[in-house]
Structure formats: C-alpha cells, structure tokens
Ligand binder design. Sequence first.
Ligand code: URA
Ligand code: URA
Length: 313
Amino acid sequence: MHELLRDLRSILEHEQSLYGALVPEGKTSSSPDTSTTAASPSEDASSAPAPTDDASGESSTAPSDTPEATASSSSPSSSHDDAPDAMPNKDLFGNRTRPPEEDPTLPPWERIDALVPDDADYKDAEALDEVEQHLADTVLVPIDEDRENPVFGVGDPHADLVIIGEAPGRDEDKEGEPFVGRAGQLLDKILDAINFKREDVYITNILKSRPPRNRDPHADEIDAHLPILYKQLALIRPEIILAVGKVAGNTLLDRSSSLSNLRDKEHDFYGTPLMVTYHPAALLRNSNWKRPTWEDVKLLRTRYDELTADPES
Ligand code: URA
Ligand code: URA
C-alpha cells in the first residue's frame, strides 16, 4: 500500500516537472492555467518577430483558399471502399482503379511519394541531401529569391516523428534552420517535456522560404513547396507526424478548420497517423493554450511509443 502511494506520488511529481516546461518561467507549475497574462511584456509575441503570429492566431482567418488549392486532387482522407476481396484495387483487366496515393494497400511512403509530380527534378531523389540541393538551387516562387537562406529541415533523416510548422521566420531565414527563434526554443522545451531531443526527430515546415514580414503563405507558394515536403516524408518514412499550428494542419489535411477542431485526435495522412496541436508562437501569446498542447503532446508520445514498440518485446 505504501509502495503504491509512493509510486503515485512519483508519477505525479514527474508529471508536474514535465508540465513545468510548458509553463512560462517564473510561474509555478501548480497553477498552470490560471493566468492569462503569463507572458511577460518581452514575451509578448506582438512585439516579437514570431514568424507565425498572424498565421497562427485563432482570431485571424485561415487562408481559406489555401488547402483547397493545394491538394484538391489528393485528399488524404482514408477511404475504406467496398473493393472486391480478390484483387482489391484492380479492375477486371488488372489495372489500378484508384490513384496510388489513395490505395490503402500500399505503404504510406509510396502513397506520399505518389503526390510528388512526375516532372519534379527531385522526383527520383534517394536521399534528403539531393532534395535539399535542389531547393537551394531553384527559384520556384518569388519568396525564394528574397530569402537569405532556404530552410529545408533538420534532424534525424530516419526519424519516427516528423514535426511540421508553417514557414521560416527571421531567425530561421538567417540561420537556414527551422525553429531556432523564440518559438523554436519553446518547441524544444515541449519536446523535452515528452522526452525527445531535437536530434531524435525531424523538423521542417510547409514553406521553405520566409514570407515577407511573416505574412501567411500564399496558395501558389504552398503549391510550389509542398511537393518538397512530400518527398521529405517519403524518404524519412515517419511513424507519426505532428503538425504545429492551423496552417500546417489544414494544409496537410486539406481542410480549413479551427485549431480546436484539428487537435486532440489522430488523423490519417495517407496511411501515416498525423496529429495537430497549437503552434508554439501561439502559446507565447496565449498561455491558455499550453494545457491543451500538453494534453496533445502526451497523447503524441503515447502513440509514438505504441507505433515504435518492438513487436518482439
Ligand atoms: N515558425 C514556424 O512555423 N516555423 C519555423 O521554422 C519557425 C517558426
Ligand atoms: N490558432 C492557430 O491558428 N494556431 C494555433 O496554434 C493556435 C491558435
């Protein structure tokens, strides 16, 4: 009995110490969701160059034409059609009856690879480096010309978890690495709270170039850059994906939903589980979103552990 109590207490303490990472410095972890003014003036995102402030604000309108414009022919929703048993996706002549990205019998990375246009220079790339080089060498849309550095992605090229944000901000543009500014530092803390190091995962964005003044991505920019992300995912083959913020979530899921409708559930991205939570830049502005973010990332960690568990053990 004593042992049980001790276990419970240590679990509680562990939880509290993790949760503390999501609470602004100087606040106690025992009252995490009572303060709406937790952000100190210097943390106020409105005065900071947080890249996705506008894009990630609950009050701002999502670029509603964006998701539709990007993936209209490739909705990721899983379809459990009434295909005949014998040759599930073939017609009488053995031809495929649905596009490969919609074929649930194919492995996820093949379905995602099928989203990369055949005429993309990097269609047949076998390593991330090749795709990164292509990005560095090519101007696809005007923001590619204006950037200081392309921001391709960082982390383990075989990561089981890929985290996808919206677009580089000023710090990222300067360093050529995603999530290195203030939002990135909070992302690192969130990862730490669920026992991931930055090097354990792969981090990237929908857009690889910084939009001027961190405005929302335009549809043509997403159209131009999204296939690069598809290729990255096809090469990395993650077990699970976390989209941070409304723009990333809606773009990948081909929706235009509020963040609160996207979070707290597992979606299907061409056979790979995908979860959505608040953007760290949004958490810097509104600490009320830290609690739901914490719930989301705990769920993410649980699913990650299930998906990567050694079936032998
Ligand atoms: N916000 C993003 O969405 N991506 C980054 O890389 C940095 C901030
Ligand atoms: N609204 C958004 O669009 N994104 C967030 O991360 C939070 C609120």
